[in-house]
Design a protein around this ligand. Structure first.
Ligand SMILES: Cc1cc2nc3c(=O)[nH]c(=O)nc-3n(C[C@H](O)[C@H](O)[C@H](O)COP(=O)(O)OP(=O)(O)OC[C@H]3O[C@@H](n4cnc5c(N)ncnc54)[C@H](O)[C@@H]3O)c2cc1C
Length: 304
């Protein structure tokens, strides 16, 4: 198995932030994924799967772990009957393409989620009233204990969460879809993509929604907008002027800049709405948000 060293994670995250990973492997088959997990475990390294890095903020100092990015067969998808079988590393766009070509609908909601089948299981990714839980049948998971299938119930999929823990890699996913004419699927995808483009910064480097929507009449984006945070900047990290629940990398943003913005956003949401925002983005490499009590003083919009 080929293991690379000191691979910069900024190349593998949509926000373009992240230092080197001690070890980096790209297994292309189930056997290679199992071998990679064994390799990391034997060396006492944490094993961290990544997909397209579309929900990740990684430390600038890097991460002392074996990062696994599924490739080859584990990044492809195929259809049999009404089942879409996808490698854990298959991009959602590939899954959607295969489903559409086979006249299977139900995965259209994922057209604006720039991740993979496996990352979607971990996060129970969702949009426009649907999510992985609505279409997933089971997932094949590899970890230090071995390999096995977990059903949707065993995965305990809920709003942006699952039962998957550190070191568990989704190598394969089965979705159950339903027959739908191809042109209907195309129309729905075009509609959803237009909605997305109108509301979110789709052409910027971001890691998707920063915070989960709280149990409140306002979503996190509206809340942070009302806190006056659109355009607020720390270093090269910027709260999107288009949607306040996104942080853009406007140049050479560092993880610390993004974290400082997140801390400020949480402080203001607590102060103004009494709500403790919970992060949606996954943090890698020992990054942590400061506790709400000890946050930065308020700073003015567009301060650098
Ligand atoms: C512009 C933009 C829009 C977005 N819109 C949405 C949206 O509408 N809805 C939504 O839910 N999300 C959205 N996201 C967030 C993100 O795309 C999803 O969370 C996506 O499912 C993450 O997939 P990924 O493969 O990129 O995972 P990564 O970001 O690489 O990883 C995310 C988490 O999943 C784990 N992981 C990744 N691959 C695997 C695997 N094979 N097995 C086990 N664990 C794995 C990682 O360890 C990490 O904990 C958006 C992001 C961007 C940048």
């Amino acid at each position: 198995m080929n293991v690379e060293h000191d691979v910069l994670l900024s190349r593998f995250t949509t926000v373009g932030i992240g230092g080197p990973a001690t070890a980096f492997a790209r297994p292309t088959t189930l056997a290679e994924a199992e071998e990679a997990v064994r390799w990391g475990t034997e060396r006492g390294l944490s094993v961290v799967p990544i997909g397209l890095g579309s929900n990740l903020l990684a430390s600038d100092a890097g991460i002392d772990a074996l990062v696994i990015r599924l490739a080859g067969n584990l990044a492809q998808a195929r259809v049999e009957g009404e089942t879409l079988s996808a490698g854990g590393g298959a991009p959602n766009a590939v899954c959607l393409h295969r489903a559409r070509a086979a006249g299977l609908g139900g995965f259209e909601f994922a057209c604006a989620i720039p991740g993979t089948a496996g990352g979607g299981v971990r996060m129970n990714a969702g949009a426009y009233g649907s999510d992985w839980a609505a279409v997933l049948v089971r997932a094949r998971v590899v970890d230090a204990q071995g390999t096995g299938w977990l059903t949707r119930d065993e995965l305990a999929l809920a709003y942006r969460q699952s039962s998957l823990g550190p070191g568990q890699i989704v190598a394969e996913v089965e979705f159950r879809l339903a027959a739908r004419p191809e042109d209907e699927i195309r129309r729905r995808v075009a509609e959803l993509q237009a909605l997305r483009k109108a509301a979110q910064p789709t052409n910027k480097r971001t890691f998707g929604s920063v915070f989960k929507n709280p149990d409140h009449e306002l979503g996190a984006g509206k809340m942070l907008d009302q806190c006056g945070l659109k355009g607020h900047r720390v270093g090269d990290a910027l709260i999107s002027p288009r949607h306040a629940n996104f942080i853009e990398n406007a140049g050479r943003a560092r993880a610390a800049d993004a974290l400082a913005l997140m801390a400020e956003a949480r402080r203001r949401a607590l102060e103004r709405f009494g709500v403790e925002l919970e992060r949606e983005v996954e943090l890698l490499g020992g990054l942590e948000l400061p506790p709400l009590g000890g946050l930065l003083p308020s700073s003015s919009p567009s301060s650098r």
